[in-house]
Design a binder for this molecule. Structure first.
Ligand SMILES: [Zn+2]
Ligand SMILES: [Zn+2]
Length: 299
């Protein structure tokens, strides 16, 4: 079990202005383990049809694979997440599908010097004979771009926007935010608003200005999945460490050695995306084939 503690303040009473913007995100709480292809996972094996070629990247953008050009130039994508409709609510599966698979190329790409993701939507019952061995990551791939296998423990959490809050609402709550912080130490942005870590739906935890993709149909895309480097970061750990793991985290600090047990809780997939940033995936829920786009964001 992984339980995010409830917000420390009565949001409807203290911040009534943000209540209309509440969204539910599903924190996946990935933790190192040995997921099978039959399970939802982060970085685990995928249910992959034996007769379907594994996707590769040839790095065809001008700066793709730029600093670390792999040899040979064809790179197998690596599994990032597999999510079953039975396990996780709120994913806008295209009609007739119930498995979402996310893969990416573990080298830098235009325009953000970050891995480039791809999605597969499948119907579990139609997959048939399975590929039994996933291709090994490319020998030159940066291990920090290859998620370590993690089991997941999805938990719905209510969150409120930070950078996505309209300016007029933000100015309405500014004094309350300052007063709350002065009185209690709790900060709206880090403790009360957007949930940390790898998660489905809800709001991206933008560090830069929001940059929501718009579909070719004209509709703004929805946030599908955040693949964050860390499950929590310096400053937001008071709220976002699951209650069950707080004993194991006692005495931890960001200065602790890398092999300290807390690292497996704070950075379970062993990722480092830029400066502890994240890759946000978006889909258009209006178009039946779910056009997809993504953003890379870090401080
Ligand atoms: Zn690539
Ligand atoms: Zn669309």
């Amino acid at each position: 079990m992984h339980t995010t503690p409830p917000g420390p303040v009565d949001m409807p009473r203290i911040f009534p202005q943000v209540i209309p913007f509440a969204r539910t995100t599903i924190r996946l709480h990935p933790r190192r383990g040995s997921p099978t292809a039959e399970q939802s996972s982060v970085g685990g094996p995928l249910l992959w049809p034996a007769d379907e070629p594994w996707p590769i990247c040839v790095g065809d953008g001008a700066y793709d694979h730029f600093d670390d050009a792999p040899d040979p130039a064809e790179v197998p994508l690596v599994p990032v997440a597999q999510l079953f409709a039975d396990d996780i609510s709120g994913i806008p599966f295209p009609e007739g599908t119930d498995v979402l698979q996310v893969l990416w190329c573990p080298f830098d790409h235009d325009p953000w010097s970050a891995p480039r993701p791809e999605l597969r939507w499948r119907r579990r019952a139609d997959i048939g004979a399975l590929l039994t061995t996933m291709p090994a990551p490319h020998q030159d791939a940066d291990p920090e771009y290859v998620p370590d296998p993690c089991v997941v423990d999805p938990e719905p959490v209510t969150e409120y926007p930070t950078h996505d809050l309209p300016d007029e609402v933000r100015s309405q709550i500014r004094r309350t935010m300052q007063q709350l912080e002065a009185d209690t130490g709790w900060e709206y942005e880090t403790d009360l608003a957007v949930a940390s870590g790898i998660k489905v739906g809800g709001y991206p935890g933008w560090t830069q200005s929001p940059d929501w993709p718009v579909c070719t149909c004209g509709a703004p895309m929805e946030h599908l999945l955040t693949v964050a480097t860390c499950e929590f970061s310096r400053g937001d750990e008071r709220r976002w460490i699951p209650l069950e793991e707080r004993p194991a985290m006692a005495g931890w600090g960001f200065d602790s050695a890398d092999d300290h047990p807390w690292r497996a809780i704070q950075n379970p997939a062993g990722l480092m995306l830029g400066d502890a940033g994240g890759i946000y995936l978006f889909v258009c829920a209006s178009c039946p084939d779910r056009p997809f786009d993504y953003r890379f964001d870090c401080s």
